[in-house]
Design a protein. Structure first.
Length: 178
């Protein structure tokens, strides 16, 4: 039967079976073309895979960068808040606020300063807010004792405990956290 070779467009007489090409040469050309097409297709698929992987990596990196920026921003915010609070505390201390002076002494690890301003703050608060004398004692020492800080520190050292009482009702607490 007559056929047209798809490679060279020549008409030829095909024998038995599924003969598609006019000659072994055209058959080889066809195989070569199929191989080329396959290589191009697979190369394209590989290229797409690589592109996709790169895009995913880029997106993941962008996401990490976003998280890093949010974290940095949060840290900066906390630092700013701390600095503002610290500045406010210093301003209050400079204005003679006993509570601020007590907190600054505590931050600085200044026990003597802490107990001194603790007593002053306690006295001031009771007198100002309630118009009465404070009944607070620490380890039995009244906040009105002129040597309160010194005696409290000595007592904590000796007894290993720190008991703060108001109207005789007491709680055991950690030193410097009255
Ligand atoms: Zn041919």
């Amino acid at each position: 039967m007559k056929k047209i070779c798809p490679i060279c467009n020549t008409e030829f007489i095909a024998g038995k079976g599924n003969v598609k090409y006019c000659s072994p040469e055209c058959r080889r050309k066809a195989e070569y073309a199929r191989h080329n097409e396959w290589a191009t297709r697979t190369n394209y698929a590989e290229k797409k895979r690589v592109e996709m992987r790169q895009r995913r990596l880029k997106e993941a990196e962008a996401h990490r960068e976003h998280l890093r920026q949010m974290h940095d921003e949060r840290i900066r915010q906390i630092q700013e808040d701390n600095e503002r609070a610290d500045q406010e505390l210093h301003e209050r201390a400079e204005a003679g606020d006993n509570e601020a002076l007590m907190k600054l002494a505590e931050k600085a690890g200044d026990r003597a300063g802490y107990y001194k301003y603790f007593a002053l703050y306690e006295i001031e608060r009771e007198e100002k807010d309630f118009g009465r004398r404070s009944t607070r004692t620490v380890n039995g020492i009244s906040v009105y004792d002129p040597d309160f800080a010194e005696l409290v520190m000595k007592s904590i050292e000796e007894t290993g405990q720190c008991i703060s009482k108001i109207n005789g009702q007491g709680i055991k607490i950690d030193a410097m956290q009255i």
